[in-house]
Design a protein around this ligand. Structure first.
Ligand code: NAP
Length: 247
C-alpha cells in the first residue's frame, strides 16, 4: 500500500528537473500523475515510461501554463481522464536573468506570466473540483530568491515572492473546504536551470551554502510528497529546502 494510493496528481513542468522528481515521487507513493510539459515531449514520455515500469498511471499533457485557456483545457483533460484531481503541484518555471539596467519588458513579462500567473491560472482551474470533493493539496514551488532577492533576478524574485503571498491568501480562502495550500522554497538545486549559471558563479554560490553543496531534485520531491500525504493540518506555510543558504 502506498500512502497516496487512489490519489490523482497534476505536476506542471514535469518533463525534467524538480518537476520530474516530484512526478516520480508521487507515483512511487501510489498517486496517478498527469505530467505537464511545454515542448520536451520525449523527456515527458521518458518520465511516463519510468513510472509505467513500477505500474504507475500517467497522462501526458502538453500545455503552456502561462496561457489561461491552455491551462483550463489541461485541467479539464486531467479531470476527465482520471475522474478528479486531488493534488496540484505548480512547479513549471523559467529564468531570464539580467540586471535591471539590461532587463527588457519581455524578460519581465515572460517570467511573471510563466512563474506567477500560471499559479493563479492552475489553482483557479483546479479548485472547483477540489471544493466539490472537500479535499485538495496544492503545493507551489517558489524559491529562496523570492525570500532573499538575487542580483540579476528582479523578474524571477518578484514572481517567486508573489507565489509565497498568493499561497497564504489561497490557504485562507480554501481552508474551509479541506484544501491546503503550501509553498516550497528550494535553494540552488541541480537541474538544467542551475546548469545555465556560469561555472565560476556556481562556485561562488556554493561557497555561501552552509551545507557546502547544491540540493537534489529528489530532496524537494520528498517534501512535496510529505505535504500531499501527511500535511493534513499544514496550510499557508513555506518549507525551505536550501542547505541553510537562507534561514
Ligand atoms: P528546469 O529543469 O528548467 O525545468 C523546467 C520545467 O518547466 C520543464 O519541465 C519545462 O518544460 C517546464 N516549463 C517551462 N516553461 C513552461 C511553460 N510555459 N508551460 C509548461 N511548462 C513549462 O527547471 P527546475 O530547475 O526543475 O525548476 C522547477 C521549479 O523549481 C521552477 O519553478 C523553478 O523556478 C524552481 N526552482 C528551481 C531552483 C533550482 O536551483 N533549479 C531553485 C529554486 C526554485 P519543457 O521541458 O517542455 O521545456
Amino acid at each position: 500500500m502506498g500512502r497516496l494510493d487512489g490519489k490523482i496528481a497534476l505536476v506542471t513542468g514535469a518533463s525534467r528537473g524538480i518537476g520530474r522528481a516530484i512526478a516520480l515521487e508521487l507515483a512511487h507513493a501510489g498517486a496517478s500523475v498527469s505530467i505537464n510539459y511545454l515542448s520536451a515531449e520525449d523527456e515527458a514520455q521518458a518520465v511516463a515510461d519510468e513510472i509505467a515500469k513500477f505500474g504507475g498511471k500517467t497522462l501526458l499533457l502538453q500545455a503552456n501554463v502561462s496561457d489561461k485557456d491552455q491551462v483550463r483545457g489541461m485541467v479539464k483533460q486531467a479531470v476527465e481522464h482520471f475522474g478528479q484531481l486531488d493534488i496540484l503541484v505548480n512547479n513549471a518555471g523559467i529564468t531570464r536573468d539580467r540586471s535591471m539596467r539590461k532587463l527588457t519588458d519581455d524578460d519581465w513579462t515572460e517570467v511573471i506570466n510563466t512563474n506567477l500567473n500560471s499559479v493563479y491560472y492552475c489553482t483557479t482551474a483546479a479548485m472547483q473540483g477540489m471544493i466539490d470533493h472537500k479535499f485538495g493539496r496544492i503545493i507551489n514551488i517558489s524559491s529562496y530568491v523570492g525570500q532573499a532577492g538575487n542580483f540579476g533576478q528582479a523578474n524571477y524574485a518578484a514572481s517567486k515572492g508573489g507565489i509565497i503571498a498568493f499561497t497564504k491568501t489561497a490557504a485562507i480562502e480554501l481552508a474551509k473546504y479541506n484544501i491546503t495550500v503550501n509553498s516550497i522554497a528550494p535553494g540552488f538545486t541541480l537541474t538544467e536551470m542551475l546548469a545555465k549559471v556560469p561555472a565560476n558563479v556556481q562556485d561562488q554560490i556554493k561557497a555561501k551554502i552552509p551545507m557546502g553543496r547544491f540540493g537534489l531534485p529528489e530532496e524537494v520531491a520528498k517534501a512535496v510528497a510529505f505535504l500531499a500525504a501527511d500535511g493534513d493540518y499544514i496550510t499557508g506555510q513555506q518549507i525551505n529546502i536550501n542547505g541553510g543558504v537562507y534561514m
